[in-house]
Design a binder for this molecule. Structure first.
Ligand SMILES: Cc1cc2nc3c(=O)[nH]c(=O)nc-3n(C[C@H](O)[C@H](O)[C@H](O)COP(=O)(O)O)c2cc1C
Length: 163
């Protein structure tokens, strides 16, 4: 086992939610990709982060754009997780989305949406970390989609409240 294998195995022990991060490119076409590196950073101000692979096709769109939306997928949206991670496919032609008042592509029926102004870009190995300041939040009561070891699904029935 290499150190990279150990690293991957350890991260496999850390389930996450699933988001699709979106923006518009220079030609005003919607772009977006499936992201699970999303994390909360700060409450005051409201900051979040996610990281993008330097090899991603949409890298230059996200470094160009001054804002992005984090669409947190609902438990019945596993198809969107696959759609937005599949290559050579018309992603926005195969899902329902709308343009927000502040001009970002928003996926329909997601659990929550965070619209963000990009405030920082940090080079980190083979990824770039993007930090966003959240200026608009939309929430629903929908359950989230979970990701664990290349599987997606919903919160299991045996899930206990922390006392
Ligand atoms: C569950 C899941 C999580 C992912 N998380 C990330 C991520 O955090 N950052 C990233 O750059 N790619 C991530 N990816 C891979 C991208 O979604 C995928 O490479 C996508 O095709 C990139 O799109 P693009 O090349 O059109 O920009 C993830 C894929 C899956 C299935």
């Amino acid at each position: 086992m290499t150190q990279q294998d150990d690293f991957k195995k350890a991260l496999g022990n850390y389930p996450t939610g699933v988001t699709v991060v979106t923006t518009f490119d220079k030609e005003n076409n919607p772009v977006g990709l499936t992201v699970n590196s999303f994390a909360s950073v700060s409450l005051d101000p409201l900051l979040i982060l996610w990281s993008i692979d330097k090899r991603a096709k949409s890298l230059s769109d996200f470094t160009y754009s001054k804002k992005f939306a984090v669409n947190i997928l609902a438990s019945d949206q596993d198809k969107l997780c696959f759609l937005f991670s599949s290559k050579e496919i018309d992603r926005f032609g195969q899902c329902e989305w709308k343009r927000s008042d502040d001009d970002l592509p928003i996926l329909e029926n997601v659990a929550s949406v965070l619209e963000c102004e990009k405030v920082q870009e940090i080079e980190a190995g083979d990824h770039i970390i993007l930090i966003g300041q959240v200026y608009k939040v939309v929430n629903t009561d929908k359950a989230p989609l979970l990701y664990h070891k290349r599987n997606v699904g919903r919160i299991p029935k045996t899930f206990y409240q922390i006392i």
